[in-house]
Design a binder for this molecule. Structure first.
Ligand code: PRE
Length: 289
């Protein structure tokens, strides 16, 4: 999201603005999956220590790519932006070489900074175990084509886009919370906080259903093969073009949406940390007014 356009916090936190970002990120995610799907699975690049001698790095080839790319991006102040979370722990990354920009205070810092809100290790895990094998499989496909650099470069792009999308849950949560704090407060203050009730409050089944239909359409259109004259080439099985549509829909249904909701709930659980009692009382009194 571009936070420095002069838009007010209220404008940046409108659910409509945030949802338009989520819709735009669908395009980024589908295109980056298409890029990754042209290479083989290359399972070696996900094995910890498989290239240890050559790299002098204990993790996997992909983790090394993440570390090296994020080191450079950290210098360019990428991780000072409220919608960017690195996969490499922040304390292992360098400081920006230029002064960080100042962003409007959109998120509530104690909630946004809480460790459970960072979903990147879960994102990396499901991506490597479930998504890469799914989008690179097929009867005519090699398991290993040796394109380790190309495959990992695309992996990093997919992972960064997934991470931004899933952590946008924090903005969604802040927007929903501020529109009706009294609905959330009793569940946040319950001991322990009532995660199921919070999840029920943020869940919008109609939005999810529409998203999955739109996503299948996008995957079909963006992934369709054309000949040199720009004519659509029918796929022999009527299905897979550049990307398997079911894999893209399953990615969102089984991973992206549930993890976004987890991020939303984790954020809400800490939304009242350090908030003065008078503020909470004022929010609650609005409910009964
Ligand atoms: O748009 C919202 O209201 C969201 O909370 C985002 C999102 C999603 O991940 O796309 C998650 C939960 C809702 O059930 C609907 C959609």
């Amino acid at each position: 999201m571009n936070f420095t356009t002069g838009a007010t916090v209220a404008e940046l936190l409108s659910l409509e603005t945030i949802r338009s970002q989520l819709i735009r990120l669908e395009d980024t995610i589908i295109f980056s999956l298409i890029e990754r799907a042209q290479f083989a699975h290359n399972a070696r690049i996900y094995e910890p220590g498989a290239f240890k001698e050559e790299m002098g790095f204990d993790g996997s080839w992909l983790e090394w790519f993440l570390y090296e790319i994020e080191t450079f991006h950290a210098k360019a102040r990428r991780y000072t932006s409220p919608d960017e979370q690195p996969f490499t722990p922040l304390n292992k990354l360098p400081s920006p070489v230029i002064t960080p920009q100042t962003f409007p205070a959109i998120l509530y810092p104690p909630a946004a900074d809480h460790p459970s809100v960072n979903a990147n290790s879960r994102i990396l895990d499901f991506y490597v175990k479930h998504i890469v094998p799914g989008i690179t499989s097929g009867p005519d496909r090699l398991a290993d084509d040796g394109n380790y650099g190309s495959a990992a470069t695309r992996d990093v792009e997919v992972l960064q886009a997934l991470s931004r999308r899933i952590h946008f849950g924090m903005f969604v949560s802040e927007s929903k919370f501020l529109s009706a704090p009294h609905d959330f407060i009793p569940h946040i203050l319950a001991s322990p906080p009532n995660s199921d009730a919070l999840a029920a409050l943020i869940t919008k089944p109609a939005v999810e259903a529409k998203l999955l239909v739109r996503l299948a359409n996008k995957a079909r259109v963006y992934g369709c093969e054309m000949d040199a004259d720009g004519r659509v080439v029918a796929n022999p099985d009527g299905g897979r073009g550049k990307i398997d549509i079911e894999e893209v829909v399953g990615l969102y249904r089984d991973w992206v949406i549930p993890l976004t909701k987890d991020v939303e709930v984790d954020y809400l659980i800490h939304r009242l940390d350090g908030v003065p009692q008078e503020t909470i009382d004022a929010w609650m009194s609005k409910a009964s007014a």
